[in-house]
Write a protein that binds this ligand. Sequence first.
Ligand code: GAR
Length: 188
Amino acid sequence: MEKLNSKKKIAVFISGRGSNLKNLIDYSKLKKSSFEINLVLSNKSNAKGLKYAKTNKIKKYVFEKKLSLFEKEALRLIKKFDINIVCLAGFMRVLTPIFLKKVKIPVINIHPSLLPRLKGLNTHLRAIKAKHKYSGCTVHFVEEKLDSGKIITQKKIRILKKDNPETLAKKILKLEHKAYIEALEKII
Ligand code: GAR
């Protein structure tokens, strides 16, 4: 039987800065959190976010050569650490249908736009160029088709005339941090 106070175990996949990872770790330490971060995986050995795993004594692994090896090792570690949910947080590879079929636990992602608008990269520049009134972020389940799975949470912000891709990215990143926690608590 599951313990009443047991928290869900999360693996976070990153490729870079790791501000979303840090935010999830910080929140997970609060009593009210329904989850804990048990595993960090990166496809880049120079991902700055790896330092948050180190300082918080969270197991971290890097597999940078081939996506197929990354996925194989990820499946092994997810099983080994009894992980319940995978969170992609600035993970810049597209997971294969084979991985998504084999993983058997929810995989969720944060994307810096109001999906289904602006799938893919450079979302802030594209939002400004297209003169969109609003942008924001979306947390969604990962499915085979890129940035297309069921939406869990969205947060939106008005794009101001004076905004450029950098100012917009900064504002949206703050929303991302709130959205990821809300989304996780919602699905748990
Ligand atoms: C975030 O803005 C996230 O939404 C985006 O990368 C950034 C990672 O920041 N993800 C994608 O674009 C995925 N397609 P972080 O490393 O500081 O969390």
